[in-house]
Design a protein around this ligand. Structure first.
Ligand code: TXA
Ligand code: MG
Length: 316
């Protein structure tokens, strides 16, 4: 059920949970100050309690409320990428963030989202925690309608149109070893790792485990299923003749396909990542049992994010 900015803010201040658009994906929002609303998020999504949430702020200045000593380059990263699809994980003042939001960890994740409606709500409510607005394990929501599909048509949601990025924020984690700190990527997302080079002077490394999986995409046994439709996804670099349902590219030929879903042009990773979750959800809406995905794209830049999401969605 669509709500106004003011109605959403009022419910959030009343310990309720509402769906909110962001430029990456829709979020399921609760006030950071309301442990009972945060507990509702975990219950509604069916999310394991050991998976912490991202704290969304209206501006980078608010970080100092939660963090004693900002890691190196935090200011520079914030200046370059906020508001925007970058999340920063760092050690926090534990009593400033409810334990349930950080899943008992001594660190927390922060992001300033770049969507005028989200920022308008944040200005009325103060900090909000928001996981993606999907049932745990399902493809993320990139429209208000997706949120209603997962949580019911009476569920309150602020309609902000289709999410511009269509995939989640990139998460950078401040890692210290022997007194030496560095930012590393712990979740690929809307910003490719190279995007941070200009600010950091290095490209943050992708967490080792994740890197190994991406380098051996044909043995995704270590992956847990996530972002997944009901449909079985078959990831291939060449679409076989028997493939009747194909997720592929507009500028390629799939002469045997009976149903085609287009990720855009094969040289445009932005359109592909923007569309992927809506396509995975459409497979379920059409009760499609099996689809072949054209994975013939570079394992680099934003394509790597698409590859990782598809590997997780396909793993059974
Ligand atoms: O784009 C996004 O980031 C979206 C929108 C709504 O802002 N949010 C989102 O939230 O993707 P969620 O909950 O689906 O994913 C948050 C990720 C989880 O994988 C969680 O494990 C990680 O952030 N995370 C949160 N706090 C963390 C921490 N202290 N240490 C390590 N990872 C953390
Ligand atoms: Mg999620």
């Amino acid at each position: 059920m669509h709500q106004s900015i003011e109605e959403c803010a009022e419910q959030l201040l009343n310990n309720e949970v509402v769906g909110i658009p962001t430029e990456t994906v829709y979020g399921l929002a609760a006030s950071l100050k309301s442990p009972s609303a945060i507990a509702k998020i975990f219950a509604i999504k069916g999310r394991p309690s050991n998976n912490p949430l991202i704290v969304h702020l209206a501006s980078a200045e608010e970080l100092t409320t939660y963090v004693d000593k900002l890691p190196e380059m935090t200011h520079e990263l914030a200046l370059a990428f906020w508001p925007g699809p970058m999340t920063l994980v760092m050690p926090v003042k534990m009593d400033a963030i409810p334990e349930i939001a950080r899943a008992g960890l001594t660190t927390a994740a922060f992001r300033v989202p770049n969507h005028p409606l989200t920022l308008a709500v944040l200005k009325l409510t103060g900090p909000l925690v928001m996981p993606s607005a999907n049932l745990s394990g399902k493809p993320s929501a990139t429209t208000a309608q997706h949120v209603e599909t997962d949580f019911g048509i009476t569920f309150p949601v602020l309609n902000g149109g289709s999410s511009k990025s269509g995939v989640e924020s990139t998460i950078l984690y401040w890692k210290e070893t022997n007194g030496q700190g560095r930012w590393i990527v712990i979740r690929l997302g809307a910003l490719p790792p190279e995007a941070f080079n200009a600010v950091l002077g290095y490209t943050p490394e992708i967490e080792r485990e994740k890197k190994e999986i991406l380098e051996k995409p044909l043995c995704p046994g270590q992956l847990y299923r996530h972002y997944a439709p009901q449909a079985e996804l078959i990831l291939v670099t060449e679409i076989p003749k028997e493939a009747d349902v194909v997720i592929g590219f507009e500028n390629r030929e799939y002469p045997h396909a009976e149903r085609l879903f287009y990720l855009g042009l094969s040289q445009d990773p932005h359109t592909a990542t923007q569309r992927i979750y809506a396509i995975l959800r459409q497979l379920d809406a059409e009760k499609i049992a099996r689809a072949w995905v054209d994975m013939s794209f570079p394992a680099a830049g934003l394509w790597l994010t698409l590859q990782e999401r598809l590997l997780k969605a396909a793993h059974s």
